[in-house]
Structures are given as C-alpha cells and as structure tokens.
Ligand binder design. Structure first.
Ligand SMILES: C[S@@+](CC[C@H](N)C(=O)[O-])C[C@H]1O[C@@H](n2cnc3c(N)ncnc32)[C@H](O)[C@@H]1O
Length: 233
C-alpha cells in the first residue's frame, strides 16, 4: 500500500463513526435518493453479481441487496467503515446476499468478467490512482456490464455556484468541526470535490478507458452527478 493510500485509509477510519450522520446533514438526505436511482438503473439489467466498490458503511450494498437472486460483494480498504457497514447489515438482517471484504480499487482480487455491474458511490475522487482503478473495474466487468458512479460535482449556474460555495466553505466545514473528531477530513473532502473532473471531463476519462455508451445525469444543479458506462467489446 502506498503512503497516500495509508493516509486515505486512516482518514476514513477516523471519520467512520459519524460518517453516516454527517453525510445526511451535508447532503440534506439527498444522497439516499441518488443511491436509490443507482439501484433502479442496475435492476434493469437483472444482475446476478454486483461489486459495490468503496462501499464505506455499505449504504449502496444494502440497497442493492433488495435485488432478487443477486450476490453483492462490497469492498473498501477502511476496516472501520466496513465495521459500521457490517453492523448495519446485521441490524437490517440483510446479510444473506452481501459479502463485505477489505480491498483496494487498484488491485481487485476478482477474476476478469466476474460482475454484471460495478457501483461506486462517492469513492472515485478518493482513489489514489484513478485510471488504474477504473481499468480494474473494466477488467472485472462482464461484457455489457455496467459501471455506475455517483460523485460530487460542481454547479455551472453562477447563482447555484454561489450557494454551493457557501454550503461547502461554511456549512460543511462547520458541521465537520462540530460533529467530527477529524474536521480536517471534511476540509479535504470538500476541497477535493473542487478539483476532481466532472461532467464532460469525467465522461472523457471513461471513454478514453474504453467504456461505451457513457452518459451522465446531473443532480441538484450539479451538486452530484451519476455516470453510467458500459463495457462493450
Ligand atoms: C465518501 S466514502 C463513500 C462511502 C459510500 N460508498 C457512500 O456512498 O456513502 C468513500 C469511501 O471510499 C473508500 N476508498 C478510498 N480509497 C479507496 C480505494 N482505493 N479503493 C476502494 N475504496 C476506497 C474509503 O475508505 C471510503 O469508505
């Protein structure tokens, strides 16, 4: 593991306990709606096996587990995020078709063409090596398999951009300071959203990596974006 991956793991370990609570506060609960949209997109291809990469506290994996006759493998390098996820799964008694595993996007242990879909919620901008990680998702996807990514983006409308800046620079940082024992993590998470490619720029990255039929849907004036791409050869 590289030094940056280690720091990344330590950071998510340190915010694991309050992650879900703060996530609800800073997205005003919208992340749940967008995650549900991911499930609706995936359901259409009647998947049998899905990888939820950067699963964190397993929000998406839990929702995916409602898909009948489908096995969910949920992977994350943060032991403590996974521990919270494990507790949530046990509480909901939905552990029959979810397997939580420690792992890193850059070196997935699964064979090529294993999954019908790969989902990644708010994970890609934390990957130390984005292209290597996306290539790995390509490798483990079956032909015609779908990669679905939910990630923060930036509003283009100047008025929305103004409110977005107030939200990130003041509100998110304040919430981080009040409720998290690592407020620097929230500073990092917000500043990384500013520089991470989004919209057409992220679409181009996926196309350059051979994904086909790449499309994206902007959510809440650009606060987040859902990308859908297909492995097609
Ligand atoms: C912001 S959380 C998102 C968690 C969850 N998917 C959600 O939507 O709430 C980002 C997650 O990405 C994970 N992560 C960071 N680097 C990773 C990598 N290289 N491979 C897989 N997961 C990674 C972190 O450990 C963390 O749990």
């Amino acid at each position: 593991m590289t030094k940056r991956s280690n720091l990344n793991k330590e950071m998510f370990d340190s915010i694991s306990k309050e992650y879900d609570f703060i996530n609800n506060l800073i997205t005003f609960g919208f992340h749940k709606k967008w995650k549900k949209e991911i499930i609706e997109i995936v359901k259409k291809i009647k998947p049998k096996k899905i990888l939820d990469l950067a699963t964190g506290t397993a929000d998406i994996a839990i929702q995916l587990s409602s898909i009948e006759n489908c096995k969910i493998i949920a992977v994350d390098p943060s032991t403590k995020m996974l521990k919270i996820g494990h507790r949530k799964i046990q509480k909901l008694n939905s552990n029959k078709n979810i397997l939580l595993e420690e792992g890193n996007s850059e070196n997935l242990k699964y064979g090529k063409k294993t999954f019908d879909a790969v989902t990644i919620g708010y994970g890609v901008r934390n990957f130390t090596n984005l292209k290597k990680s996306l290539n790995e998702t390509y490798r483990v996807l079956k032909n015609d398999g779908l990669l679905i990514i939910l990630e923060t983006s930036l509003p283009t409308n100047p008025l929305m951009s103004f409110f977005y800046n107030i939200h990130t620079k003041l509100y998110v940082r304040l919430i981080g300071m009040i409720f998290s024992n690592n407020s620097n993590a929230y500073k990092y998470l917000q500043s990384s959203a500013k520089t991470f490619p989004h919209g057409e720029a992220f679409k181009k990255i996926l196309i350059d990596l051979n994904f086909k039929d790449v499309r994206f849907e902007i959510k809440l004036f650009g606060a987040s974006t859902i990308y859908v791409a297909k492995k097609s050869i």
